[in-house]
Write a protein that binds this ligand. Structure first.
Ligand code: SAH
Length: 344
């Protein structure tokens, strides 16, 4: 791999500093940012208000772009983008278009260390973490694609391949860059990070000067059932994860959302709903129910619509907010949870 600096790994301040380090005028940094994030430049060559010589010098120092679109795949409201990275590895992002929302689901790693029983992304474990630029560019290139139709990306969810809190620095940095007003300027309340529950990283995130939404992939009402479907549960007990989520909620004044993927015969019976209601009783939260989306070679089933309805009714009766769309594969988490290592 080249030792050039990935341009999209840099905040505007970093870029200013780098420009100064290489003896280029610092005010050009903002122009480069504008070209990349607002005017849709795809190379230094496209930045026509910079001299040809400067463009050549910049291209020798910085790498841009870092990812390359290989394939798109459209299904109802979702469009998958398959990208190739500089080392030949592949990742996916999903664009979900509904009403006036354009949500991009970002991958944070190639593969995933969490290896949840019901998820395609973790089947082969973690291959490697993505760099900041490889995360930022997923949103950037999809934004450019949308702009051709007069639309923009307005929501970001870190629910693609990987466990975002196991790639903490790159993920947080990508959030800072994509939130910057000189970049895509995506509001923090429209940015959501989903985690399997990495306790120390949740506490750390609570201390950042960020107010993004944090979602916990809960999927079980107790540690015992959780351990059966989420190997990471052995490392982080449910009680500690919930305390960390409370810490986050208090620090950021954000409500918490729990994802609950319903899997037949495992976590979908009424007893589970009652236990879940008791577990979450005192919390300001929403439970997003996601009927399991079948994945090839995984021997699990989706519960019937009636079963999901009954589960939901128990939670609602206990005063717990729930959301549920009987999935055509268009629920955001479910659509993102389908991301596998290779689509060829
Ligand atoms: N590692 C993070 C980010 C992945 S988010 C996390 O665990 O939260 C992906 C979400 O997709 C998870 O919350 C899970 O609920 C969901 N998911 C994964 N596979 C799924 C499947 N086959 N059916 C339904 N939801 C699934």
């Amino acid at each position: 791999m080249s030792d050039k600096i990935p341009l999209c790994s840099l905040t505007l301040d970093d870029l200013k500093k780098k420009m100064s380090d290489i003896g280029e005028p610092v005010f050009r940094a903002k122009q480069i940012f504008e070209w990349v994030y607002q005017k849709g430049a795809v190379s230094f060559d496209a930045m026509t208000n910079l001299s040809k010589e400067m463009r050549g010098r910049l291209a020798d120092v910085f790498q841009f772009p870092s990812i390359r679109l290989v394939q798109t795949q459209q299904a109802e409201e979702t469009m998958k983008f398959l990208w190739e990275l500089a080392d030949g590895k592949k990742i996916e992002s999903v664009l979900i278009e509904s009403f006036d929302r354009r949500t991009v689901c970002l991958s944070s790693q190639v593969g995933c260390p969490a290896r949840c029983a019901f998820c395609a992304s973790g089947k082969e474990g973690l291959i490697r973490s993505l760099s900041t630029a490889e995360i930022v560019e997923q949103a950037l290139h999809i934004d450019r694609f949308l702009r051709e139709k007069g639309e923009r990306v307005c929501h970001l969810v870190y629910m693609g391949m990987g466990e975002p809190l196991e790639n903490y620095d790159a993920v947080v940095r990508s959030i800072r860059i994509l939130h910057d007003e000189n970049s895509l300027h995506i509001s923090q309340r429209r940015i959501t990070v989903s985690t399997v529950g990495v306790v120390e990283a949740i506490h750390r995130l609570a201390k950042e000067d960020l107010k993004i939404n944090l979602v916990l992939s809960l999927h079980a009402p107790n540690q015992n059932i959780r351990k059966k479907i989420i190997p990471y549960a052995r490392k982080y007990p449910l009680e500690e994860i919930l305390m960390a989520m409370d810490d986050y909620a208090i620090a950021t004044k954000r409500d918490i959302t729990f994802e609950y993927t319903l899997i037949e015969g495992i976590n979908d019976h009424s007893g589970c709903a009652q236990e879940l209601a008791a577990l979450l009783r005192m919390k300001q939260c929403t439970v997003n129910l996601i009927p399991y989306n079948p994945i090839e070679n995984i021997d699990l089933n989706r519960p019937s619509q009636e079963k999901v309805a009954r589960f939901r009714e128990i939670l609602e009766k206990a005063g717990i907010n729930t959301t549920w769309r009987y999935t055509k594969g268009d629920d955001i988490a479910a659509a993102c949870g389908q991301l596998a290592l290779s689509t060829t």
